[in-house]
Design a protein. Structure first.
Length: 117
């Protein structure tokens, strides 16, 4: 069973920074794509950023220029560096690991990020 363990969430003031980590129980080369999603109360879970096994990245428009996704293959870990945080970034952030076509999706347990104004 694949496990994804997230960490790094917390409470920060607007303008501050946090770095989220997502560590997989298996090699992240097993996944075609890994990403971060977030879900605010009463809203759908939305993509924040993803990174492919080849290192290509994609970001939601709302976080471009502020957030950076990266991966450390040796540590089986994907990071989300979040700078210039805004109150509207407040949400539970989830890590996703996606295998290739026909493969499974795996989710982490979520980590709360709260940005105060």
């Amino acid at each position: 069973q694949v496990q994804l363990v997230e960490s790094g969430g917390g409470l920060v003031q607007a303008g501050g920074s946090l770095r989220l980590s997502c560590t997989a129980s298996i090699s992240i080369f097993s996944f075609n794509r890994m990403g971060w999603y977030r879900q605010a109360p009463g809203k759908l879970r939305d993509l924040v950023a993803h990174i492919t096994s080849g290192g290509s990245t994609n970001y939601a428009d709302s976080v471009k220029g502020r957030f950076t996704i990266s991966r450390d293959n040796a540590k089986n870990t994907v990071y989300l560096q979040m700078n210039s945080l805004k109150p509207e970034d407040t949400a539970v952030y989830y890590c996703l690991a996606r295998q290739g076509i026909g493969g499974a999706d795996y989710w982490g347990q979520g980590t709360q990020v709260t940005v105060s104004s």
